[in-house]
Design a protein around this ligand. Structure first.
Ligand SMILES: *[C@@H]1O[C@H](CO)[C@@H](O)[C@H](O)[C@H]1NC(C)=O
Ligand SMILES: *[C@@H]1O[C@H](CO)[C@@H](O)[C@H](O)[C@H]1NC(C)=O
Ligand SMILES: *[C@@H]1O[C@H](CO)[C@@H](O)[C@H](O)[C@H]1NC(C)=O
Ligand SMILES: *[C@@H]1O[C@H](CO)[C@@H](O)[C@H](O)[C@H]1NC(C)=O
Ligand SMILES: *[C@@H]1O[C@H](CO)[C@@H](O)[C@H](O)[C@H]1NC(C)=O
Length: 490
């Protein structure tokens, strides 16, 4: 009986394409509820928590097993409408730099509305669902190989405040006036620059995302912004250590990040030309290292990568922050191929599980790739799984787990996206006989880390670096104000 009702419901539900306009928060929620109700086989709607004003942050998961993780199926996410950019919160190396940056960015910093991202992600959901219902290969194959989580608005309160100007508008911050893209824990910033180090004092939206990252082991992610046309990748911050190379803050996975960003820019109608928006760029091939563009502290993409082993890039998808509604269909067309091609990259590299001496998959085994010393070493999740995005080539893996011999294996990694799957490889550990276990062989407690992302990360050394710059701040702020005034006058 209930299946008959469901059938009738599906039959009677019109499947006309989603209209192109700026949906308000209530409309977005209603749309997600409708999609969830009419597609129970491939969608799962859940909230990761409330905003400051108590609006749910809704996530729609799409996949052939949408409700829970399946071993071997990587978790992907897209996040939109986070807002960004507080000019005075930037931490420049020199006063000249701050002045230069301000002049270069007046067009884009004022207020960044990430509203186009909402539109694109709703269209993406619509496209996936319609493609699946029409049995289109691209949709069926992606949903059968990937679980895709979509958070169309991370800052619903900010959207309520926003107006619709192209360059200057309200609504960047959350309800408490905090820029969410400066509110995450930062491995590079000095302790003094992170007054809210304690998690319970962070903004509600940021806490929700941090909790989300603990709930699911995300592998790849992008957050969508507006105000430029470029794909920007970690790091966004630096404390002047060895990561700083030629003005960029280079991560151990720089080659992979550069590739990920280029997949987006080259599949986009014009992003790969670089420097398409007045006053920003030039961006060779439409990509940039985040720090090289401008540094931020407490950003979301560094947090994803450093603390949650999820590779995230920031996609600036339109010059105009609030494009007129009649431009939305064209903007969707420009971005559609990129959005899909980017998801496919989750199948780069290697995936598999780590088994202990008795054949049981183990959590918190450290899986490292030679030449890539991540600040927080990548570890297996609660299913004993690891995912490691790598470009094709030969890599030396080292797997470490308490009570077991260190395992080193060389793997030849092919290009996975063509197959909708990364190369599959499990690691079989061998136990060390109990008598010979040395205390040093226990780098982490096997079960202590689930609720503690600071775990075995090697970033504590850097926590206090950079604090000496504070004496510059007063001077820089005054200089900056002069520039602001001058630019207002002219
Ligand atoms: C999503 O749909 C399922 C199945 O119809 C339903 O049980 C669930 O309550 C819905 N979730 C939300 C948040 O509406
Ligand atoms: C999903 O993938 C599995 C294995 O990769 C395959 O056996 C199955 O037929 C696929 N299902 C669909 C609906 O394509
Ligand atoms: C963690 O391990 C200890 C002993 O190694 C055990 O007593 C404790 O119950 C475990 N905790 C959890 C949450 O599994
Ligand atoms: C997390 O781990 C760190 C380092 O091991 C420890 O100092 C900190 O107290 C832990 N935090 C929590 C909330 O358990
Ligand atoms: C942390 O990094 C420093 C410098 O890069 C290194 O000397 C140290 O051995 C590392 N510690 C751990 C626990 O990996």
């Amino acid at each position: 009986m209930s299946s008959l009702l469901l059938f009738l419901f599906l039959f009677l539900t019109p499947s006309s394409p989603l209209e192109f306009h700026y949906h308000n928060n209530r409309e977005i929620q209603q749309y997600l509820v409708d999609i969830n109700a009419s597609n129970p086989d491939i969608s799962h709607l859940y909230s990761i928590g409330p905003s400051v004003r108590g609006q749910d942050l809704w996530v729609l998961a799409l996949g052939l097993s949408p409700h829970r993780h399946t071993v071997g199926i990587p978790e992907f996410k897209y996040v939109a409408n986070m807002h960004g950019n507080e000019f005075l919160e930037k931490q420049p190396l020199t006063c000249l730099w701050i002045v230069f940056r301000f002049l270069a960015e007046t067009q884009r910093t004022s207020i960044q509305l990430k509203v186009l991202g909402r539109v694109l992600l709703l269209q993406l959901i619509d496209d996936f669902v319609r493609g699946y219902r029409n049995n289109e290969d691209w949709s069926v194959k992606l949903l059968n190989s990937t679980r895709i989580h979509i958070l169309p608005t991370m800052n619903p309160d900010g959207f309520d405040e926003s107006d619709t100007d192209c360059l200057f508008s309200q609504g960047r911050a959350n309800y408490n006036g905090v820029d969410l893209n400066r509110n995450f824990p930062d491995a590079f910033a000095g302790l003094r620059k992170q007054p809210q180090l304690e998690e319970s004092r962070r903004e509600a939206e940021v806490r929700a995302v941090i909790g989300w990252l603990r709930m699911e082991s995300f592998v790849l992610s992008a957050n969508l912004h507006g105000g430029a046309l470029v794909a920007s990748y970690p790091y966004d911050n630096s404390n002047g250590g060895s990561e700083l190379v030629g003005g960029a803050s280079v991560s151990p996975d720089d080659d992979v990040f550069n590739h990920l960003a280029k997949v987006y820019s080259h599949n986009h109608a014009s992003m790969h030309h670089g420097g398409q928006c007045p006053g920003s760029g030039p961006f060779p091939e439409g990509v940039t290292n985040g720090y090289l563009w401008y540094s931020i502290s407490g950003g979301m993409q560094d947090y994803n990568y450093v603390w949650a082993q999820c590779l995230e890039v920031t996609l600036e998808v339109s010059c105009c922050k609030f494009p007129p509604p009649n431009q939305l269909p064209a903007l969707w067309t420009e971005n559609r191929k990129s959005l899909l091609a980017f998801i496919m990259q989750i199948h780069l590299g290697v995936k598999g599980r780590v088994f202990d001496g008795s054949g049981v998959p183990v959590q918190n085994a450290v899986v490292e790739v030679k030449g890539r010393s991540n600040m927080c070493p990548f570890i297996t999740d609660k299913h004993g799984e690891y995912y490691r995005l790598l470009l094709p080539g030969e890599y030396v893996f080292t797997v470490t787990y308490p009570g077991h011999k260190v395992l080193t294996e060389t793997l030849n990694v092919p290009h996975g996206p063509d197959q909708y799957s990364a190369m599959k490889h499990d690691f079989m550990l061998r136990q060390i006989p109990a008598t010979t276990v040395s205390p040093q062989a226990n780098p982490t407690k096997a079960n202590s880390t689930e609720a503690n992302l600071t775990r075995s990360c090697n970033s504590t050394l850097k926590l206090d670096a950079g604090a000496s710059r504070s004496s510059w701040t007063g001077l820089c702020v005054s200089l900056g104000l002069v520039v602001v005034l001058l630019s207002l006058v002219s």
